[in-house]
Design a protein around this ligand. Structure first.
Ligand code: PLP
Length: 426
């Protein structure tokens, strides 16, 4: 199993490669921590999605928050995908990466006036509206800007995606969307707004979903509502079913293929004749990335063995935030194994990558790779403990490119204002 965690991260003579590039070569050249992404792994996932949905008019909108590096966004833009954004900052990135505004959809429970105005001005494909108050505000702001806004209502289908509670977003008790029973009324209100055009319906039920049956439940409810709306004279153009497909974090994980998703939802969508939108994030980039670190120290405490590495929870928050499992491989295979806690340098007990994990017997200076770190890895990273954020590298065969510099201390403190240290405020 270890020999082929994926075709894009594999061992050659006991050494981990990304595509045709030794991981160690990149770590030596750019230092650690470093995120390494396989371009061809991403392209393969894009192909899988395109192939799965080719029989039905579908726009795949990559969910930018999974990994919003400009060079990663550019891959999706060049492949003709749309973009799913959740902030003004992501709109800014999306436009920099030259996404067609008419392929950008915008969700989020708390959009600011500035964010709304910028997106109205841009003329995006759909605001995925999450509350009645947002409808009112969007209508007023559209009037001010002098442009109509195209909208969908994000409905909350109240289905359980059977994933971690923090990434379950389609349950009634969650803050997202408008409840199914209130959605019809919301559409009626929207239809009376002079500056809003109703174009679609949206839902997103959660993330890291390992069984596609909740999608069927959600889509069935959405389609029923679409027919109800039609009877009320409200016609839509598209149904957006959100993202959420899971990926392989453990070697034994068997996440659903995009084909399974297509097979389960298309028959329902077909009945409506509406265009389909999907918003995958994690499943497009997650398995395509790793976080490479170097071992700083080893430490034994009673019968506990600690491997202390130079990445921390500021670099990869998922284990601390979601108790997430990430598989960890030694970049150079060793014969001997140990059981260890693999921890970061940060002053928090939650700062760990693995507890009581069987791993190669690593020494100071050895490199290790945290697998499946391409999604919600760098994009959730921070400067906690004044740690410069990691470098990012994109691999294409035997070529590799630095796509984000490691931050410097100077860069981190630059926005801070202190006349005595930084000089006069201009
Ligand atoms: C986060 C998010 C997605 C992407 O979810 P993944 O699990 O990464 O596929 C899609 N749509 C919306 C509205 C989101 O908030």
């Amino acid at each position: 199993m270890e020999d082929s965690f994926s075709p894009y991260f594999h061992f050659v003579d006991n050494e981990l490669y990304c595509e045709k590039t030794p991981v160690k070569k990149i770590a030596k050249e750019f230092g650690t921590p470093v995120y390494i992404y396989s371009k061809n792994a991403i392209l393969e996932k894009i192909r899988e999605y395109k192939e799965a949905f080719k029989e039905y008019p579908t726009l795949i909108c990559y969910a930018a928050k999974a990994n919003s590096n400009l060079s990663i966004l550019k891959i999706f833009q060049e492949e003709g995908l749309g973009l799913d954004i959740v902030s003004g900052g992501e709109l800014y990135r999306g436009l920099k990466a030259e996404f067609d505004p008419k392929k950008i959809v915008y969700a989020g429970v708390g959009k600011t006036d500035k964010e709304l105005i910028d997106a109205i001005d841009t003329g995006i494909l759909s605001f995925n509206v999450e509350s009645l108050m947002e409808l009112d505000v969007l209508d007023e702001l559209s009037e001010k800007v002098g442009k109509k806004a195209d909208i969908s209502i994000r409905v909350n289908p109240d289905v359980n995606p059977k994933t971690h509670p923090y990434i379950s977003t389609g349950l009634r008790k969650s803050k997202f969307g408008i409840d199914m029973e209130d959605a019809l009324e919301a559409y009626k209100i929207a239809s009376r707004k002079k500056n809003l055009n109703i174009v679609g319906i949206h839902c997103h039920i959660g993330s890291q979903i390992m069984d596609v049956s909740p999608y069927e439940e959600a889509v069935e409810k959405l389609v029923q509502l679409v027919f109800k709306l039609k009877r009320e004279g409200i016609e839509l153009r598209h149904i957006d079913i959100g993202g959420g497909l899971g990926i392989r974090y453990r070697p034994e994980d068997n996440p659903p293929h995009p084909k399974e998703l297509a097979e389960i939802v298309i028959p329902y969508i077909k009945e409506t004749g509406l265009k389909l939108l999907i918003e995958p994030g994690r499943s497009l980039v997650g398995e395509a990335g790793i976080l490479v670190s170097q071992v700083l120290f080893l430490k034994d405490k009673g019968d506990k063995h600690f491997i202390i590495i130079d990445s921390g929870m500021n670099d990869l928050l998922r284990p601390a935030m979601y108790q997430a499992y990430h598989h960890i491989l030694s970049v150079e295979k060793k014969k001997e194994k140990v059981i260890a806690d693999i921890v970061g340098p940060i002053c928090e007990t939650g700062d760990f990558f693995a507890l009581d994990r069987e791993i190669d017997n690593l020494n100071r200076g050895d490199y290790l790779a945290v697998m499946s770190a391409g999604a919600y890895g760098f994009s959730m990273s921070s400067n906690y403990n004044t740690r410069p954020r990691a470098a990012e590298v994109l691999v294409d065969g035997e070529n590799f490119y630095l796509i984000r510099n490691r931050e410097s201390y100077q860069y981190i403190i630059q926005p801070e204002i202190n006349e005595k240290i930084q000089g006069e405020v201009k």
